[in-house]
Design a protein around this ligand. Structure first.
Ligand code: URA
Length: 223
């Protein structure tokens, strides 16, 4: 599954390597298995855990000693402060997976919704933002579906009033090619992590083949 995005060392497409991740992606995409909301949420969480592990290989570490009951062991621990941020509401179960691994990280939440216009176009509205201090933190900003990329970029910009992160990681389960390109262009400092990249979007900006509406599948249909 090679494509032109492969040539950037800052774009990490996880299904390009065979791993258990592909099972979770397959279950989330499959129109039958995806109908079990608990399994869908769990698969979002498991995909996030794998992504968190991959991101952890790109963090800074320092050596410390821990006392065991039998002696001392030198261990290498993350030496940077991490903040986990997600976009409501579909981000919630995905976020939980990151929090399972980066379990001491404080959290930021941003609400973003699409205000659709008569001609089918839309404006992304960011309303609620809560965040800890972001100065010199490693910010991991997540949203399971990176479709146009606009919500991700606006969410990052809304977070900047809380400080300037030292490093930005953007993570999603599925992305469109256009979404990755948009984020790479507008947030060139970011490392982008995604489970898989699909080529197309519908006229309503759903990723194709994608998986449908991640928020509805995980948390129920909204009015
Ligand atoms: N949000 C979703 O839930 N699915 C898409 O395909 C795009 C955005």
């Amino acid at each position: 599954m090679e494509n032109k995005l492969n040539f950037s060392p800052k774009i990490h497409i996880l299904n390009q390597h065979s791993s258990i991740l592909n099972h979770f992606l397959a279950e989330m995409r499959d129109e039958h298995t995806q109908k079990d909301p608990m399994r869908f949420r769990k698969n979002l969480e498991r995909t996030a855990e794998i992504t968190a592990y991959e991101i952890s290989k790109h963090l800074s570490y320092s050596e410390i000693n821990v006392k065991t009951p039998l002696g001392e062991s030198e261990v290498s621990l993350i030496s940077e402060d991490i903040v986990l941020a997600t976009i409501l509401r579909a981000g919630l179960p995905y976020h939980q997976g990151f929090l399972n691994y980066f379990d001491k990280a404080p959290n930021a939440y941003i609400s973003a919704f699409r205000q659709t216009h008569k001609d089918g176009s839309f404006t992304v509205k960011v309303e609620y933002v809560s965040s800890p201090d972001l100065n010199n933190k490693v910010l991991i900003l997540t949203d399971p579906m990176l479709a146009t990329g606009q919500s991700m970029v606006l969410a990052y910009q809304a977070l900047l009033r809380f400080g300037m992160p030292s490093k930005l990681h953007i993570a999603s389960v599925l992305s469109s090619e256009a979404g990755i390109e948009y984020v790479a262009k507008n947030l060139p400092q970011a490392d982008i992590w995604t489970g898989a990249v699909d080529a197309e979007m519908t006229s309503k900006y759903y990723i194709v083949p994608g998986l449908g509406d991640a928020g509805d599948l995980a948390l129920g249909e909204k009015l």
